[in-house]
Design a protein around this ligand. Structure first.
Ligand SMILES: Cc1cc2nc3c(=O)[nH]c(=O)nc-3n(C[C@H](O)[C@H](O)[C@H](O)COP(=O)(O)OP(=O)(O)OC[C@H]3O[C@@H](n4cnc5c(N)ncnc54)[C@H](O)[C@@H]3O)c2cc1C
Length: 458
């Protein structure tokens, strides 16, 4: 019997922490976990899940319009933000309960408290002051929204955290940021009838994704009525006596709004966590530095998920937590491959992507065959909606291996999941060509793109 209270103590009951705790416990470890807010973490409580529910809600406005092209007469429409929030909250509470029960079922001891590190094997629970010792500590505290606190008037802005709980749906909103969270929320608010502006300091939104997709998504968002301002940022936020806000920009614009939402990145949640006390190395952004097997420089302390700033996505945090638990407690060492991660952006239209962008592929080889197809999805032939779907495949011209597939359009995220399997298996263009189409679908385009639209040669 070890002298420690636990074999493993996990700080943070989100995607990575909960998975690690449960798997370690099933390997026979005595496990405790602390969560300072709600079990389920960012993804379940104020991230992926409520966001996707909001996306569904916001799409109905177009669905009603599109229905008319198919012979429907749609009567008077109304929308209740309060009803949506209540339904969403009920679902989140249900999921939170499942997370908690699953931990308890595997005999993980659940603590509702903020926990801080006091040493290589010591943690303190702040609600009770209890000191806990553990052979291993896993830091899985995630990240939190970044607000530019130096900006005058920053106290008037909201982040995604508050967007999920607004008492009223605003008439006008300005979303600052160009990453996936900003883009997704701009689509949500616009779909719900809010006059929406997106302001981004860069040249094009969705940095890091394939250039063609970035442009396509932005153009489609503009067609839907979102005002996208690029290469500009706020210089100050003013609150007027009637409660409305004005965002003054460096470019001289005055953007009037009822809410201004910042989605300008997320910071690792490591402040005042006691990591310095234990001697854990962090980078300049506060992210914990880890090896491929999620080990920090302190032998007993590990870290997984967003706090390590590797690939900040739920399935990645879950994998990292699982690999850690199998490695340390299951006598089955393995590491997570971060090189090929399929992902979706629930923009409107949606984006699904796997593998290298064209620019990344060019860094690997100058010889590429690019297959690109842009077309009107079948549904919109009758709906009359002016919306394009884009499919792009990047192929290594020498080996014919498919290096990346990028899609904008309905269900692109669903397609990305399956494409992830094919790319993981090392599919070549010939494998796609050999595959018989499923007709009539949009995805059949992926197996019928015969000639490259561009042949790049070094
Ligand atoms: C708006 C939004 C939308 C998103 N959409 C997607 C998506 O569609 N797909 C996707 O894959 N990812 C999405 N993400 C990202 C995803 O939520 C994160 O990558 C994922 O939750 C990371 O898991 P984690 O375990 O590292 O941290 P988290 O899930 O953030 O969990 C960390 C937990 O630790 C707790 N905590 C922090 N400090 C302490 C402490 N000292 N003591 C006790 N508890 C503490 C926090 O309260 C939190 O519950 C989204 C994120 C946001 C904000």
């Amino acid at each position: 019997m070890s002298d420690y209270d636990y074999d493993l103590f996990v700080i943070g009951g989100g995607s990575g922490g909960v998975r690690a705790a449960r798997i370690a416990a099933t390997h026979g470890a005595r496990v405790g976990i602390a969560e300072e807010y709600r079990y389920g973490g960012t993804c379940v409580i104020r991230g992926c899940v409520p966001k996707k529910l909001f996306v569904y809600a916001s799409k109905f406005s177009e669905e009603f319009e599109d229905a008319e092209g198919f012979g429907w007469t749609v009567g008077e429409r109304g929308f209740s933000w309060q009803k949506l929030i209540a339904a969403k909250d009920q679902e989140i509470t249900r999921l939170e309960g499942i997370y908690r029960r699953n931990l308890e079922k595997t005999d993980v001891e659940v603590h509702d408290s903020r926990a801080v590190i006091e040493g290589a094997h010591t943690v303190r629970l702040l609600t009770t002051g209890q000191k806990i010792t553990a052979k291993h500590i896993l830091v899985a505290v995630g990240a939190s929204p970044n607000v530019d606190t130096d900006l005058q008037g920053a106290e008037h802005v909201i982040t995604s955290n508050e967007a999920f709980h607004l008492a009223e749906l605003p008439d006008r909103i300005v979303v600052a940021g160009g990453g996936y969270i900003a883009v997704e929320f701009a689509g949500i608010f616009n779909g719900l009838g809010v006059e929406t502006t997106l302001i981004y300091r860069g040249e094009e939104i969705l940095r890091g994704f394939d250039q063609d997709l970035r442009t396509t998504v932005r153009q489609e968002m503009e067609k839907k009525g979102i005002r996208v301002i690029r290469e500009d940022t706020f210089s100050r936020i003013e609150k007027r006596s009637d409660g409305s806000l004005v965002g003054h920009t460096k470019g001289g614009l005055e953007l009037k709004a009822d809410q201004i939402m910042f989605a300008i990145g997320r910071n690792p949640h490591t402040r005042e966590l006691g990591l310095e006390k234990a001697g854990v190395d962090m980078d300049a952004s506060g992210a914990i530095k880890v090896s491929a097997d999620s080990r920090t420089n302190v032998a007993s302390i590990y870290a997984v998920g967003d706090v390590t700033n590797r690939a900040n996505l739920t399935p990645v945090a879950i994998r990292e937590g699982h690999a850690f638990a199998d490695t340390v407690f299951g006598d089955n060492p393995w590491t997570v491959d971060h090189s090929l991660i399929a992902t979706a952006v629930f923009s409107q239209p949606e984006m699904g992507t796997v593998g290298l962008t064209q620019d990344q592929a060019l860094e690997r080889t100058p010889n590429l065959d690019i297959y690109k197809s842009s077309f009107r999805p079948m549904k919109h032939t009758l709906s009359g909606r002016d919306e394009k779907m884009l499919m792009k495949m990047i192929v290594d011209a020498d080996s014919q291996k498919v290096l990346g597939v990028h899609i904008v359009g309905p269900d692109a995220g669903e397609l990305a999941q399956i494409l992830g399997v094919t790319l993981q298996m090392g599919a070549t263009k010939a494998d796609f060509d050999k595959t018989i189409a499923v007709h009539p679908t949009a995805a059949e385009e992926l197996v019928t793109m015969r000639e490259p639209t561009e042949r790049l040669r070094g």
